[in-house]
Design a protein around this ligand. Structure first.
Ligand SMILES: NC(=O)c1ccc[n+]([C@@H]2O[C@H](COP(=O)([O-])OP(=O)(O)OC[C@H]3O[C@@H](n4cnc5c(N)ncnc54)[C@H](O)[C@@H]3O)[C@@H](O)[C@H]2O)c1
Length: 255
């Protein structure tokens, strides 16, 4: 019940499937939350559901370094500290083979998934250094550890997130800041529906069944199952865990 008691947690991509499930779970474990995403109305709805005394919603585009820094400043103004950052915002981009993949889409995916995480690290780490503690969880993907056809920008970006995690973990271990990635397989959110539809427009059910066959547990994960892993890494239960990647994947990475 109190695994994040007294901790202030910042979440990007907070109104998406995984972000929202995590925000609710973290709140139930005693955290105060700063929720960042693109749509203020969705943020308002979520902060109301969680409780406006313990949750602050700020429209923030992670690709914009200045607004990320401003959001961290506002976090410290409102709650006086920052203990955990869950840098989770991401986009999938189109489903296309490399030779057909538009350059501007490649840049857009990199901008959110890689630069957005870099911006997040740059803005949260100084506050954590001051406190001499912190846990940072980056949402990579199983696609950050293996390949997949027609998702080159996404796959490259999620591998890059693992690289950022390893760099940050080594650079800031001396400041008692832990940095890890979570690496989900398909999880039942908007994103996987969009990917299904990209592979076979109008026949997403067929794609879903095919993907599920490749998962040893034979189903997509639930956002709450990813949130449980993020909670563990955020909490002091993971106090000796840094610099690594943690699949939550129904057994997919066993093969
Ligand atoms: N769903 C899956 O199958 C799956 C699998 C592996 C990894 N992931 C990763 O999990 C994370 C969360 O995805 P999800 O499944 O909840 O999908 P989602 O689309 O429901 O959530 C993504 C959230 O990120 C936000 N976002 C996008 N661009 C942003 C920007 N520039 N600034 C701020 N916020 C932005 C979106 O508004 C959305 O709320 C992503 O990083 C995704 O790549 C998802």
């Amino acid at each position: 019940m109190d695994r994040l008691k007294g901790k202030v947690v910042l979440i990007t991509g907070a109104t998406g499937g995984i972000g929202k499930a995590s925000a609710k779970l973290f709140a139930s474990e005693g955290a105060k939350l700063v929720l960042l995403d693109l749509d203020q109305q969705k943020l308002n709805k979520l902060t109301q559901e969680i409780g406006s005394q313990i949750a602050l919603g700020l429209t923030t585009d992670v690709t914009n370094a200045d607004t990320m820094t401003a959001a961290v400043e506002e976090t410290c103004n409102k709650f006086g500290r920052l203990d955990v950052a869950f840098l989770n915002a991401g986009v999938e981009g189109p489903i296309k083979s490399i030779i057909d993949y538009p350059n501007e889409d490649f840049d857009a995916v990199m901008s959110v998934n890689v630069k957005g995480v870099f911006n997040g690290l740059k803005s949260v780490v100084p506050v954590m250094i001051e406190n001499n503690r912190g846990s940072i969880i980056l949402t990579s993907s199983l696609g950050g550890l293996r390949g997949m056809q027609k998702l080159s920008a996404y796959i490259a970006s999620k591998h890059a997130v693992v690289g950022l995690m390893k760099s940050a973990a080594l650079e800031y271990a001396e400041n008692n800041i832990r940095v890890n990635t979570i690496n989900p397989s398909p999880i039942a959110t908007r994103m996987i529906k969009s990917i299904e539809n990209g592979y076979a427009p109008g026949a997403s059910d067929v794609v879903k069944r095919k993907i599920e066959k490749g998962i040893p547990l034979r189903r997509y994960g639930r956002p709450t199952e990813v949130a449980n892993l993020a909670l563990f890494l955020a909490s002091d239960d993971a106090s000796f865990i840094t610099g690594n990647s943690y699949p939550v994947d129904g057994g997919m990475s066993a093969s």
